[in-house]
Design a protein around this ligand. Structure first.
Ligand SMILES: Nc1nc2c(ncn2[C@@H]2O[C@H](COP(=O)(O)OP(=O)(O)O)[C@@H](O)[C@H]2O)c(=O)[nH]1
Ligand SMILES: [Mg+2]
Length: 621
């Protein structure tokens, strides 16, 4: 389904035309009917015999109500530009065209209205004036149809032109996340709050959970109606009425958005802006604006690197006083605060600033790939990446799963996130190169901790840690005792370093199980002036050759021997007291207590009252 919109000067016959086409008077308010003037948006349903249908949004033509026109203009795809044949183009004819040039109009039909008031010559003259006026606008090259809503002349021809144009319109991204700018809020007795709007993209199903933005309020779409008929599912382009239980009409107003949960409200967005040539002189480096996004009018500031000098598209940042949700590619216009002169418009850039890359991928895959790239090494979770790519969360999950299968993305766990495969591979390669260099410079090192790697390579530690953990899992890097190393690397102590430790631990061998006090060892290392001795000590600890228990350091042989004896004794006697352990280990109580606590901590023994028992390891399933 698609949305047709009217545009044109006040009193040129827009509302009469909509009524003639659909039988519905789009002037909904009593006041409008009494004054004979459209103040707010009107809605009607156009149906053809073959089932083709569309919603019509009828806009006010008076410039005082331009903000209402703007609230309805974002959803229009087929434009009916109405120009009274007896008057020709007027200021709002041109103003509406200037605005619509920035929005989503894909096709246009020019309606020369009130054809009953002019003769053939006047009609031809009016047509000529309009052709000149629409040059370079969305109505340039559009078919012209002369119509009288009073006599019905030309209405059939107009219907045929509309039918053909509707069939030619592209579908509206049904796989994108749902985005429905709300243009009406009212209460229906017995049903509660109803909101209406044009579903700009995506689809909504009955019962679906959505979020009202910028309130951030979760809601359920209890029922969906399209022009009075109940639907289970509606797709992009439809005029929809949604029943939202549990919401008060007072909480909501035109300008709110009913959207898929993956959207995040933001108060600042990157945009591509096209200045209106006439407004160039009004654009400063920071220009206060009224921004029209979806059905909302939001005050804000348009900020440029430097004030634009010509009308070509330029990157800018739109800061908003009230946060709202937007999707990449969404169109907007901005006006001056006062007077409300049109300044220009444009589109929301990719949400995280990443360029969309050219590729053979279908557009939604390419968009997710681009979102992944701009998420950097930290990556992102599927919903966030989908929002940045303007792809529904479920579809984003699918695409990401495929990318993981193809090796183009990596799946991080705890919490789950996806990271660009190329970025991760690059980071891993840089780490490998760094490790190789440092391993050959100081071969006695145990490896490098991730914090040092992050600092040296200028990569945030948290993101790097997650990516390197994956590299360690698939064997591209080794990870031991907190240190990363290349898989081939074996630390090598220098002769001096080895001699130092051999001398220090000469006495600490079975059966004399006395350890070396850690403090003394550190003091000796400080005093010895052997290069790299502290790092070498770390290597011996990380590799398990030395074991620090409490305040003391043991050789691994000592610990292994004590452990063998301990396990044998426990198997035989089922339990062991501290005194028995002390004798068994051939040590004193001073060392026995921390030793046994260490065996508890490393899962060998379990303390049970005053005795230790062997930890029973459950059989593997
Ligand atoms: N003679 C004639 N008058 C028309 C025609 N269409 C609209 N009008 C009159 O023009 C005035 C404005 O029409 P309306 O539809 O409200 O214009 P809008 O402001 O563009 O919506 C009303 O008095 C209508 O009766 C037409 O086809 N022929
Ligand atoms: Mg009207």
């Amino acid at each position: 389904m698609h949305v047709i919109g009217t545009a044109g000067h006040v009193d040129h016959g827009k509302s009469s035309l909509v009524r003639a086409l659909t039988g519905t008077n789009p002037d909904r308010w009593l006041e409008e009917q009494l004054r004979g003037m459209t103040l707010d948006l009107g809605f009607a349903h156009l149906r053809f015999e073959d089932g083709v249908e569309a919603g019509i949004v009828d806009v006010p033509g008076h410039e005082r109500f331009l903000h209402n026109m703007l609230a309805g203009a974002a959803g229009m795809e087929l434009l009916l530009l109405v120009v009274a044949a007896n008057e020709g183009p007027k200021p709002q004819t041109l103003e509406h065209l200037a605005i619509l040039a920035y929005l989503n109009v894909k096709r246009a039909i020019v309606v020369l209205s009130k054809s009953d008031t002019v003769d053939a010559e006047e009609l031809a003259f009016a047509e000529e004036l309009v052709r000149e006026a629409v040059a370079g606008t969305p109505a340039d090259g559009a078919p012209f149809v002369a119509v009288s809503s009073h006599t019905g002349a030309g209405l059939d021809e107009l219907r045929r032109a509309i039918h053909a144009a509707l069939l030619a319109l592209p579908s509206r991204a049904p796989d994108a996340p749902a985005y429905l700018p709300i243009d009406r809020v009212f209460a229906l007795p017995g049903h509660g709050t109803i909101v209406t709007g044009t579903l700009m993209q995506g689809r909504i199903a009955t019962g679906e959970h959505l979020v009202l933005q910028p309130l951030g309020r979760e809601v359920r779409a209890r029922s969906l109606h399209v022009f009075g008929r109940e639907r289970d599912v509606v797709e992009g382009g439809a005029r929809v009425a949604v029943n939202l239980p549990g919401v008060e009409t007072g909480e909501l107003a035109r300008g709110a958005v009913l959207a898929s949960p993956q959207f995040v409200a933001r108060d600042s967005v990157e945009v591509t802006f096209r200045p209106l040539p006439l407004a160039l002189g009004l654009l400063k480096r920071r220009t206060p604006v009224r921004a029209y996004l979806g059905s909302a009018e939001i005050l804000g500031t348009l900020a440029f690197e430097r004030a634009p000098m010509d009308a070509s598209p330029v990157s800018a940042r739109l800061h908003l006083r009230t946060p709202t949700v937007v999707f990449p590619g969404a169109a907007f216009v901005v006006r001056r605060l006062s007077p409300k002169t049109l300044l220009g418009g444009g589109t929301i850039a990719a949400l995280d600033g990443g360029p969309l890359m050219a590729s053979d991928d279908p557009p939604d895959v390419a968009a997710v790939v681009a979102a992944l790239a701009s998420a950097g090494l930290a990556g992102g979770e599927a919903g966030r990446l989908g929002a940045a790519a303007n792809v529904r969360a479920e579809r984003a999950e699918e695409i990401l799963a495929d990318l993981v299968d193809e090796g183009r993305a990596l799946r991080l766990t705890k919490p789950v996130a996806f990271v660009d495969g190329v970025l991760a591979a690059e980071a891993t390669e840089r780490v490998r190169a760094h490790l190789q260099a440092s391993e050959s410079a100081t071969p006695w090192q145990p490896g490098v901790v991730v914090r040092t790697l992050g600092r040296e390579l200028g990569i945030p530690e948290a993101a790097l840690a997650r990516v390197l953990a994956l590299a360690a899992e698939d064997g591209r890097l080794a990870y031991r005792a907190g240190y990363y190393a290349t898989p081939e690397f074996q630390p090598q102590l220098t002769a001096d370093q080895r001699a130092f430790f051999a001398a220090r631990f000469a006495a600490a061998a079975p059966p004399a199980n006395a350890p070396v006090a850690h403090d003394e060892l550190v003091a000796a290392m400080r005093a010895c002036a052997i290069p790299g001795i502290h790092v070498a000590f770390e290597t011996l600890l990380a590799g398990g050759a030395l074991v620090k228990i409490g305040d003391d350091v043991y050789r691994s042989e000592q610990i292994n021997e004590i452990r063998t004896k301990l396990e044998a004794a426990l198997r035989r006697d089922k339990q062991l007291t501290m005194a028995a352990f002390r004798d068994l280990a051939g040590t004193s109580r001073k060392f026995a207590v921390p030793l046994l606590e260490w065996f508890d901590a490393t899962g060998v023994t379990i303390r049970s009252g005053d005795v230790r028992v062997l930890r029973i390891i459950p059989p593997r399933r």
